[in-house]
Each structure stands twice: as structure tokens, then as C-alpha cells.
Design a protein around this ligand. Structure first.
Ligand code: PLP
Length: 353
């Protein structure tokens, strides 16, 4: 890429996002299959930062952001809202599934859209939220004194400006029973130039934890490593949630490379998530049996800090269920059946072929 066409300013990266086939073709050579996908209807939002396109010679990363025809196929058991979030929506911005923690959807915007996104029904859609509509949500959290943990997500909250984030975090921090504030973000991976000293100070001021989304060691570029080191230098706690993806990271060496690489930049591997059965995700999903084999290949054999918890987010809103071994699951036809933290039975669609 011509470097004069590339700016390290994060707002430039967002303003110049690649969101058409023509723009993408200026950065990478598209295969025939990729071009064909653009000819049809693309059901999920598409955008990639110019920065992240420089990583797309990695075949692993490429599949996670470039549309394919497979997205149009809705497989058995796949849902638009696999986690049943709409049934737990307490306010337009708030999902209240668990007793003492809530998910605050602060924006629908991401700088780069993942093709397997569990919230693809909302992200990139023109339901743009702004701080003026948050008041009802703040009041709900205030009235529910059992809430101690607020997880800001979306969309990607770190695409919001410093002043908007400051206002939002100040308001949440003014609620005395809220002890823990997290932000879920892929920004250090897809838009590392967003991690400025000013942003780090702001996150530090509000004592925010970051829950990052890494999927592959190819994402650990110099820029991303620097961004995470800067966050660590400012005292920001960081964890990573990794989605287990077929043909991308579903082998032991790929997972070890990623998890060790994360520890080197102060990011604790937190969850290895079984891919949610969202519409058009069949080609990304591994079997649960495979997930169990992979996590068992790590337990005990590598540094314990590098091993995340393997979880299935129970379809329908049962919450995240840590899976340690095969004795915890039972197969019933195309479904894998297991119990959540309340002892209630849930099913994950896991066709054998
Ligand atoms: C994942 C999630 C949380 C946070 O869960 P942790 O296991 O504490 O990371 C909160 N609310 C919802 C709806 C979630 O899906």
C-alpha cells in the first residue's frame, strides 16, 4: 500500500474504512469466490479499517472479515439472536441476563465487523445510540442495587470519542453499588492507533478493565503489541475472549501461539468461546467435542495463566457455561445438551456432518 494514503490517525482510519468491494480491491487481490460473495446480497455489515487490511495476507484473518457466500445459509438451530438477548433487554441499551452483572450496549458501531458476530442483528445498523438516550439505562442501574458489574459493549465502545466515553464512564462510576466497569473491544487489534495516552489516562481514571477480542497470533503486530503495552503501563487490566473458529484457530499450536503471545503483552486469556450459532455461522463452528479436546490439550501442559476457560454461551440466554470434559455434555441428535449454573438444561446445535 502507498504509505502516503495511510494515516496513523484513528479518526482517519474510521473515516476511510473499507466498506465496498471496489475499495477492498484497492488493498488486496480478491479471489473469485470473494468477488462472487460481493455480487450477491451480503446479509451482515461489512467494514474493515485500512490498518487491518494490511494483515489480510494471513489466510486465517481474511476469512473472519471478508464476506463469503456461506453467510447466506441459515443452518439448523441457527438464530438471529442466539443468546436470547432481546428477551433480557431491560432498557433499549441494557441486557440483564445474570443477577449481578449487566451488558450495556453503548453503540452499534464497529471499525471492523467480524463475520461470526453474535450481535450481527444489531451491529452496523443505523440504530445509532447517543449519550442523550442513556438516561433511562442509568436510572435502571441505579434502581437495581444488585448490579455490581457493568460491561460496556456494542458495537465497539472504544470507537466513541474521549469526551463521550468520559461522560458515560463518569455517570456509571457515580452509581455507588457499581464496583466493576469493563469495556469489551477489538480496537487494540483492528485500530491500535486509537490507544492514545489520553485514552489510557481516561480508562485509568475510571478504573476500567478491558475485555479484548483476539482470535489469532497473526493479530499480534508491532502496533497492537505497543498499544497493549501502553495500556498495561497505564495500569489497565486486560483479558481476551477468543472465539474458537474452524480452520482459523482450531488447533493446539495456533492456540498456544496466541495465548503465550497475549501473556507477553499483559493480556490474560479469559475465555475460549464456542462460536455462537448465529445466522450464517455454520462454516465457522467446530464441534463441541473438538473444543473439549483442544482445551484438554492445554490444561496442565502449558503455563496455567495462558489457559482460558472454554465456555459455551447457552443459546437462549442460559449464560456462559464452562466446559471441562466430555462427561459434562450429552448428545441428542444434532444437539449437545448440558446444564447451566442454575442446573437448567440447554442445547447447542452441533450437527455431526
Ligand atoms: C458475557 C456476558 C456478561 C459478562 O460475563 P462474565 O462471565 O462475567 O465475563 C454479562 N452479561 C451478558 C449478557 C453476557 O453475555
Amino acid at each position: 500500500m502507498n504509505t502516503k494514503d495511510f494515516s496513523n490517525d484513528w479518526k482517519w482510519q474510521i473515516a476511510n474504512r473499507i466498506h465496498t468491494q471496489e475499495q477492498l480491491a484497492e488493498h488486496i487481490t480478491l479471489s473469485e469466490k470473494e468477488r462472487a460473495a460481493f455480487e450477491g446480497e451480503i446479509p451482515l455489515s461489512f467494514a474493515v479499517t485500512p490498518y487491518y487490511t494490511t494483515l489480510l495476507n494471513s489466510s486465517a484473518l481474511r476469512k473472519t472479515v471478508i464476506p463469503t457466500d456461506a453467510e447466506n445459509h441459515v443452518g439448523t438451530g441457527e438464530l438471529a439472536d442466539p443468546l436470547g438477548e432481546e428477551d433480557h433487554r431491560a432498557t433499549p441499551h441494557l441486557i440483564h441476563t445474570y443477577p449481578d452483572k449487566v451488558l450495556f450496549l453503548a453503540t452499534t458501531f464497529c471499525s471492523t465487523y467480524c463475520r461470526y458476530c453474535t450481535r450481527s442483528r444489531i451491529v452496523g445498523k443505523p440504530l445509532t445510540f447517543d449519550v442523550s438516550t442513556f438516561e433511562e439505562t442509568f436510572q435502571y442501574i441505579e434502581q437495581h442495587t444488585e448490579i455490581r458489574d457493568v460491561l460496556l459493549s456494542g458495537g465497539d465502545p472504544l470507537t466513541m470519542t474521549d469526551s463521550v466515553l468520559d461522560e458515560l464512564l463518569s455517570r456509571i462510576r457515580s452509581i455507588p453499588h457499581v464496583k466493576m466497569v469493563r469495556i469489551g473491544s477489538k480496537v487494540p487489534v483492528v485500530l491500535p492507533m486509537r490507544i492514545t495516552d489520553e485514552l489510557c489516562s481516561l480508562l485509568r481514571k475510571h478504573r476500567v478493565w478491558l475485555s479484548l477480542h483476539f482470535i489469532h497470533a497473526d493479530e499480534l503486530t508491532e502496533e497492537t503489541q505497543q498499544a497493549c503495552r501502553k495500556l498495561a503501563d497505564h495500569g489497565i487490566g486486560m483479558v481476551s475472549q477468543t472465539v474458537l473458529l474452524k480452520g482459523i484457530n482450531d488447533n493446539t499450536p495456533a492456540l498456544i501461539d496466541l495465548f503465550y503471545g497475549l501473556l507477553e503483552i499483559n493480556v490474560k486469556p479469559y475465555y475460549l468461546l464456542q462460536c455462537d450459532p448465529v445466522h450464517g455461522s455454520r462454516h465457522f463452528r467446530t464441534s463441541v467435542e473438538k473444543g473439549i479436546e483442544l482445551i484438554q490439550s492445554l490444561h496442565g501442559s502449558i503455563c496455567g495463566l495462558a489457559v482460558p476457560q472454554y465456555v459455551i454461551d447457552a443459546p437462549g440466554g442460559g449464560g456462559k457455561v464452562p466446559i471441562l470434559g466430555k462427561e459434562q455434555i450429552r448428545r441428542d441428535g444434532d444437539d449437545v445438551v448440558f446444564l447451566n449454573y442454575l442446573g437448567k438444561e440447554y442445547r447447542y446445535p452441533d450437527p455431526l456432518i
